[in-house]
Write a protein that binds this ligand. Structure first.
Ligand code: PEP
Ligand code: MG
Length: 329
């Protein structure tokens, strides 16, 4: 099967009746890039914290420009969604220790960078500089919980933009600095109820099912004692995902999924059935997901959507998904 899957990896991810699903890559490590065989639409999630975690101090602006330039060069012409630093929680920086009783409910992601605008500004400035003349950058904000965070982050990003633009003019740069598209992660349940207001402020959304599952179910994503309860097929999570796609379709706001659910054939099928048309997955999952999408058709997907949205238990959802996967072959 693997050979069949790989031999078709130049084909578009398209259902039997022509529904196109845009596939992108999750990245953060150099090693991620060796895996990216087959067609895709660029990087849907570049986790900038990973290169930060592999150092013994904060990278300077110049070092970050180099880091991000390498990524843009590798994916020339394709969009690259760079997420601003998402440390805290389970992702410590050796040179920025945080001691907390509840790290996942604590100082994490945008909360840290808004408290340290210097870190945020340097990072955004480096992204903008690396993107000069290319314009493939999109900036994604992690762990957003409130409108104020969105507004504060946009204010800082504007500041970085004007600073860099003026500097480039003084340096005689011939390319005009374009404003990147800006999006937020949907991973804290609170934002589900403010999507309309946030949509007026940002260009796109990206659903982080890893954290959305953890926060919606109040289950630590890394605690082995409660692994059984960390349930990506929980009916409440499906209803949340359904509500997000419906709001985004109504508002015509681009939305994709970059959590691990998207990189699992059953999960990808569920997401496509719910209406998602943009998935960002690990390079090693790309061919499998493309293959799964190519086996689907709208009628079966509609039936699957109806079945899973009526299910009262994760096991029932799983059964429907498994039956459908078996039918695909
Ligand atoms: C997520 O939460 O689903 C996500 C993609 O981000 P991370 O796994 O880096 O927290
Ligand atoms: Mg997350």
């Amino acid at each position: 099967l693997d050979q069949v899957v790989q031999s078709k990896n130049h084909l578009p991810a398209e259902t039997k009746d022509g529904q196109v699903v845009e596939l992108q890559l999750n990245a953060g490590l150099v090693i991620d890039h060796t895996e990216d065989r087959g067609a895709h639409h660029g990087i849907g999630l570049y986790r900038t914290e990973i290169p930060f975690m592999l150092r013994d101090r904060f990278p300077t602006e110049t070092e970050q420009v180099k880091l991000y330039s390498d990524i843009f060069a590798r994916y020339a012409g394709q969009p690259v969604v760079m997420r601003t630093l998402d440390v805290g929680g389970d992702k410590p920086l050796p040179y920025f220790p945080i001691q907390e009783e509840n790290p996942f409910l604590g100082w994490r992601g945008i909360r840290i960078t808004l408290d340290h605008p210097d870190i945020f500004l340097v990072q955004v400035r480096a992204m903008l500089r690396a993107n000069v003349g290319l314009n493939t950058l999109r900036i994604l904000l992690p762990m957003v919980t409130s409108i104020d965070e969105v507004d504060d982050a946009i204010r800082l990003m504007n500041q970085a933009y004007f600073e860099v633009r003026n500097e480039l003019q003084e340096e005689g740069e011939r390319f005009e600095l374009k404003r990147p598209q800006i999006g937020i992660m949907i991973e804290v349940p609170a934002v589900l109820y403010q999507l309309e207001q946030i949509a007026q402020r940002v260009d796109f959304f990206s659903v982080g099912t890893n954290d959305l599952t953890q926060y919606l179910l109040a289950v630590d994503r890394n605690n082995p004692r409660v692994t059984r309860l960390y349930e990506a097929y929980h009916p409440s999570l499906l209803l949340a995902l359904d509500s997000i796609i419906q709001v985004c379709q109504r508002l015509e706001k681009p939305v994709g999924v970059c959590g691990e659910l998207a990189g699992d054939p059953g999960g990808a099928m569920l997401l496509v059935a719910l209406g998602y048309r943009s998935l960002s997955v690990g390079g090693h999952n790309l061919d499998r997901i493309r293959w799964a999408v190519r086996q689907m058709d709208s009628q079966r997907l509609g039936q699957l959507r109806a079945d899973v949205l009526q299910a009262s238990r994760a096991d029932d959802v799983r059964r429907h998904v498994r039956m459908e996967l078996e039918r695909l072959g």
